[in-house]
Design a protein around this ligand. Structure first.
Ligand code: SAH
Length: 211
């Protein structure tokens, strides 16, 4: 598959937001995967990256990005930088992106890739993203790209009103992609479908953060 075939497949699967499709078209996914995976870079599936982690399936990146309904000037927090692909896509859709990863090595690789792509509106942090950031900053949107047993309280506290959180919730083998919307102090929860992410590992997630 090439990028045009991938974009057609995303459209067929229901992605409608042209800003999201343009953002995906503008980020070369092959730069985000190990060399051995490069022939498969435009297939619509997750692929293995370093540190036993994965780059998300393009459809899931598109679905999550679309669900955040970004207009262009928002601040977004991403938990789980991984290879940096989702952060790169978000950098085209929002004003500012902060992304946190527990593996320093992955964070550094991601940072290098985004620098090469001349993306300068992404801040990289290393640490446990299941707890509140020390900055006490509030975000318009929070996207969690690793699966948690439940919604950590930290995310509700770090969200502006109005705001949106998207997060996979569930066990290792099956998870639900959940959208939490805050408006005028009221929370609304929507189930967006099934998915399968690697585990969110941290103090408020699957096991104590011990690195
Ligand atoms: N966003 C990535 C997919 C990341 S896979 C993409 O664009 O393809 C999930 C990532 O979450 C992994 O790299 C994993 O190391 C990281 N992760 C898991 N638990 C974490 C935590 N508590 N804090 C920060 N990152 C975490």
């Amino acid at each position: 598959m090439n990028i045009d075939q991938l974009l057609n497949e995303l459209r067929r699967e229901g992605i409608r937001d042209e800003r999201v499709l343009d953002a995906i078209a503008s980020i070369p996914r092959e730069l985000f995967v190990p060399e051995a995976q490069q022939p498969y870079a435009y297939e619509n599936r997750a692929l293995p990256i370093d540190c036993g982690q994965t780059i998300s399936q393009p459809y899931i990146v598109a679905l999550m990005s679309e669900a955040l309904k970004l207009q262009g000037d928002e601040s977004v927090l991403e938990i789980g930088t991984g290879c940096g692909y989702q952060a790169a896509v978000l950098s085209r859709l929002a004003g500012r992106v902060t992304t946190i990863e527990r593996w320093e090595e992955l964070s550094q690789q991601a940072q290098k890739r985004l620098t090469e792509l001349e993306i300068d509106n992404v801040t990289f942090l290393v640490g446990d993203g299941s707890v509140e950031l020390s900055t006490e900053e509030r975000f318009d949107a929070i996207i969690v790209t690793a699966a948690a047993p439940a919604l950590p309280d930290a995310y509700r506290k770090q969200l502006k009103d109005p705001g949106r959180i998207i997060i996979p919730i569930g066990e290792e083998s099956t998870q639900s992609l959940m959208l939490y919307q805050l408006k005028n102090g009221e929370w609304k929860t929507t189930h967006l479908g099934g998915c399968r992410f690697v585990k969110l590992i941290g103090k408020n997630a699957w096991q104590p953060f011990a690195d």
